[in-house]
Design a protein around this ligand. Structure first.
Ligand code: F6P
Length: 545
């Protein structure tokens, strides 16, 4: 696969697509008109894979535009890029690494990476069985009741999200907790409810150097010691997941208690590795394996389905279309499923750490926009908060709705209300309400013409706002795996369209470097005068004399 493909802005279709976007915006047809004009549109603009159904008919998109976007994907050599990722080429070119998270969920053992993954799964299986059966106990013989994952970023967001999403599959005896922030209150509030004798720490850090995790691990270790666990029994309460065995060992974790990770797995793509250990401990190994197989089904689809029916590719093209041709700056993620309430936060890291880049793989500055700002929260809560801006604000914000057909709750009425709200929101975004309609309604309510005219602009809703709706049949480990993999591959496909590296994250390093200097100033005995006036004043305000 070539690393120096010309930017898509140089492709003849770029200008054609710009003209199409302008025409659609100024002259229409609107999304609602497109749907009315074509009774087959909802059917044609939908696809499914791995148990995920995707309706993308409510978009500012025609057959012709989609065909042209697909041609751009071909011009960006997306099929070759997909192949390169799956076959372990160094697609992370700035670190000369493969990105083989797909090997972690492969059922085969054909490659060295697949074999390492299988061996680790077998180790996890034995450990999970021992903890869940009570064979693995704490220092005084009591079974483990609470697992505390100490990790941040990819070593926290994935497992925390998946554990929450799989609430219906939680183990009866083992509960999981996730501590990520270096704010000591995060750890202290979590540990305050727990008993050291029945608690297992999982120190999850690919590098085993991340400041937040190291400080949390040190403080949690102290909590164990103060709680009656002796040094020589710490191993019963503390395991690690890391690619850095030496650092884990110097922290005092024996090699047999370190579950491995490898440099070919990016942090934000690591849920499928032993980083998922808390998910397995808090549900079961069988559920964890089902999560992997759901993701694998999506991998197979991404690798083999033609681009025009390829869900991750379609999602990527839609994101690209709005960011680069409509000026959209953000993408809202709206799971209408409370168990998925952490999904937007997980996607923020996945998408923004992967696509928040200003240069292409060859080092040339992007002449397109990078990925969008990803945000959102669980519906229906957002409807009573930020949806106002989606409906009447001046920004174009494409929305991804995620619905679940069959709930784990027996309360059918409430679940159907949830679904109704989800579909009504996408309808409202699309249809809006014209000032004339608003005025008529106000008339009917008995307002005078003058009153109705004055109020109508406030009640009018522009509509024509695009959305995708994803529907899972049920929220199971397998469908969750497929959903996450769908977005992972969307991000990769989007990176290929932009020509950027989705697997590095150099931008986060500067803040880490500077915080070391700032920390030494905050903790120094004398007032700070070494930085800019603003930073000095802030430091001196919080310093303890
Ligand atoms: O600071 C960003 C980051 O490097 C993420 O990419 C990563 O997921 C996170 O920190 C945690 O890193 P580690 O697992 O090495 O502690």
């Amino acid at each position: 696969m070539s690393t120096s493909i010309a930017p898509l802005t140089q492709h003849p279709l770029w200008a054609a697509l710009q003209a199409q976007a302008l025409r659609l915006d100024e002259e229409g047809p609107s999304i609602a008109q497109l749907l009315r004009a074509d009774p087959e549109r909802a059917k044609r603009f939908s696809a499914s894979a791995g148990g995920v159904f995707m309706d993308y008919s409510k978009h500012l998109l025609t057959e012709e535009i989609l065909a042209q976007l697909l041609q751009l994907a071909e011009a960006a050599e997306l099929p070759a890029a997909i192949d390169a990722m799956f076959t372990g080429e160094a697609v992370n070119n700035t670190e000369q690494r493969a990105a083989l998270h797909v090997a972690l969920r492969s059922p085969y053992a054909n490659t060295p990476q697949e074999r390492l993954a299988q061996d680790t799964l077998a180790r996890m299986e034995r450990f999970v069985a021992a903890v869940q059966s009570g064979e693995w106990t704490g220092h005084d013989g009591h079974r483990i009741r609470d697992v505390v994952n100490l990790g941040i970023g990819g070593s926290d967001l994935g497992p925390a999200m998946a554990y929450a999403a799989l609430g219906a599959f939680h183990h009866e005896q083992v509960r999981c907790h996730f501590v990520s922030n270096v704010d000591p209150l995060h750890l202290e509030c979590t540990l305050a409810k727990l008993n050291p004798a029945t608690t297992l720490l999982v120190i999850a850090s690919k590098t085993f150097t991340t400041l937040e995790t190291m400080l949390n691990a040190k403080a949690a270790r102290q909590w164990l010691l103060q709680g009656g666990v002796s040094e020589d029994q710490l191993h019963r309460h503390c395991v690690a997941v890391s690619a850095n065995l030496a650092k884990a060992a110097s922290f005092g974790i024996a090699p047999e208690l370190v579950f491995p990770l490898w440099d070919w797995v990016g942090g934000r793509y690591s849920l499928w590795s032993a980083i998922g250990l808390p998910v397995a401990l808090g549900t079961s190994m069988a559920h964890f394996r089902a999560l992997l197989s759901g993701a694998h089904a999506m991998d197979e689809h991404f690798r083999h389905a033609p681009l025009e029916r390829n869900l991750p590719t379609l999602l990527a093209l839609l994101a690209f279309w709005y960011v680069d041709f409509w000026g959209a700056q953000s993408q809202v993620i709206l799971p209408y499923a409370q168990p998925l309430h952490l999904f937007p936060a997980f996607l923020q890291q996945l998408d923004m750490e992967s696509l928040g880049k200003q240069v292409r793989k060859d080092g040339a500055y992007l002449d397109t926009n990078s990925g969008a700002i990803v945000w959102g929260s669980a519906g229906t809560n957002g409807q009573h908060s930020f949806h106002q801006l989606l409906h009447q604000g001046t920004h174009l914000i494409p929305a991804d709705f995620i619905a679940v057909a069959h709930s784990h709750s027996a309360n059918r009425e409430m679940h159907e209300q949830l679904l109704a709200n989800c579909f009504a929101q996408s309808q409202a975004l699309m249809n809006g309400k014209t000032p004339e309609q608003a005025e008529q309604e106000l008339h009917k309510q008995g307002l005078s013409s003058a009153e109705a005219q004055a109020l109508a602009p406030h009640k009018a809703i522009p509509g024509n706002r695009p959305s995708t709706t994803l529907v899972l049949d049920a929220l199971t480990p397998s469908s969750l795996g497929a959903l996450i993999a769908l977005y992972e591959h969307k991000v990769f496909a989007h990176s290929v369209l932009l020509g950027i590296n989705a697997f590095d994250q150099w931008g986060v390093e500067l803040g880490k470097e500077l915080s070391t200097n700032v920390y030494s100033a905050i903790s120094a005995p004398e007032p700070c005068a070494r930085f800019d006036a603003s930073t000095n004043a802030l430091i001196n305000r919080v310093r303890h004399e």
